[in-house]
Design a protein around this ligand. Structure first.
Ligand code: ADP
Length: 350
């Protein structure tokens, strides 16, 4: 349409020049050029108005986001100068449904973890393991029942007071497209930014090998967001995320399949190091790997949102219930070769 109109306009101008002796060729060219410029300017205005409208839609999202209030409200006051988790953390008949979801993901879950215990949580996909550790980290509150730390209901403690006691790595940990230094230092923003502490955390998590391969070391940028960024493998990102947890001097470590991208040997080594570092700390980890789960003091077995079994590996195998079935099925390789039970290089049963 636009081309048609322009063409009609040019024909009219040429016809007018031919008929009107006052209209020179120069004037004709000037009119045509002016018309072209006006068209371009108008198209620019229309484009700007369009993108302004598109941007305003995002802006509305931002305004909505900034208006959000935290859903977790602490009713109580800060507890005391004594760090939390001196004795225990206890789930008492906890049930939970995600906001806006109809069915419950956790149903009447009760257990007690003593301070300093090393607990593994196992179960089929969708059994509620991640949800359980999210409640423990107080990202959500239970719908019914309560979670108590040293006998105090978590709802009575400001969330940040509880969370400053823990280091958490979820499966979907964040890959910050920033420097290695920042990626690790985010683990504890209260710590002074000392190379020594960062390098120690990297050594403990096994990220030191990744660091050694980066020419700028701690200052190397990760990810493809920057033109000079280095893309690293999933396993390497995971070790960087683990280094964040190692940097934090936490009393409670929560690891939700933190080593899923590592091979069984690397996972075994990482947990060995974690075990050394976690002396005296409380550790709750979700893992599918038998060699790792066996190292726990106690194993919680989840099935369809319920806690169905608790005990050590040997107790649960002897009970011949859900846990035994899970691992007899998943760990056929281990069962066939008992000598490999503790051999981290054995193939992944999961
Ligand atoms: P697991 O860690 O054992 O695989 P999850 O705790 O991740 O299990 O999930 C348990 C159930 O909760 C699943 O049915 C899952 O679809 C549902 N679920 C998980 N996260 C959410 C969420 N943010 N909103 C709604 N449902 C969720």
């Amino acid at each position: 349409l636009r081309v048609g109109l322009m063409f009609a306009f040019y024909v009219a101008v040429v016809a007018k020049t031919a008929r009107d002796p006052a209209m020179t060729i120069g004037a004709m060219i000037m009119v045509v050029q002016a018309m072209k410029l006006a068209c371009t300017a108008l198209a620019g205005v229309a484009r700007a108005a369009g993108s302004f409208y598109a941007d305003s839609l995002f802006f509305e999202d931002l305004v909505e986001f900034l208006k959000l209030q935290p859903t977790l409200q602490a009713t109580g006051t800060p507890v005391s100068a004594v760090p939390l988790l001196q004795q225990s953390v206890e789930f008492r008949s906890v049930s939970f449904a995600y906001p806006a979801a109809e069915s419950r993901v956790l149903e009447d879950v009760s257990f007690r973890i003593e301070s300093g215990e090393r607990i593994a949580v196992v179960g089929e996909n969708g059994a509620g393991k991640t949800t359980l550790v999210k409640l423990l980290a107080r990202l959500y509150d239970p719908c019914t029942g309560s979670i108590e730390v040293d006998g105090i209901d978590l709802r009575g403690i400001p969330p940040e007071e509880w969370q400053q006691n823990m280091a958490v790595i979820f499966q979907d940990f964040v890959r910050y497209h920033l420097s290695v230094r920042e990626n690790i230092a985010f683990g504890d923003l209260t710590k002074p930014d000392s190379d020594e502490a960062l390098l120690k955390a990297a050594r403990l998590s096994g990220a030191d090998r990744t660091l050694a391969a980066l020419p700028q070391g701690l200052d190397a940028k990760l990810g493809k967001e920057f033109s000079d960024g280095h893309e690293i493998s999933g396993g390497e990102w995971q070790k960087i995320a683990l280094a964040r947890a190692f940097l934090r001097d936490a009393r409670l470590l929560i690891l939700d399949e933190p080593t899923a991208s590592l091979d069984p040997k690397q996972e075994f080594e990482t947990f060995q190091r974690f075990g050394e570092l976690a002396q005296g700390k409380t550790v709750v980890f979700v893992s599918h790997r038998l060699s790792t789960v066996r190292t726990a003091d106690r194993i919680l077995v989840m099935d369809k949102g319920r806690l169905v079994e608790t005990g050590t590996h040997d107790e649960l195998m002897a009970a011949d219930g859900v846990y035994a079935a899970l691992f007899t099925r998943q760990a056929a390789g281990y069962q066939d070769h008992p000598a490999q039970h503790d051999n981290p290089s054995a193939s992944d049963p999961s």
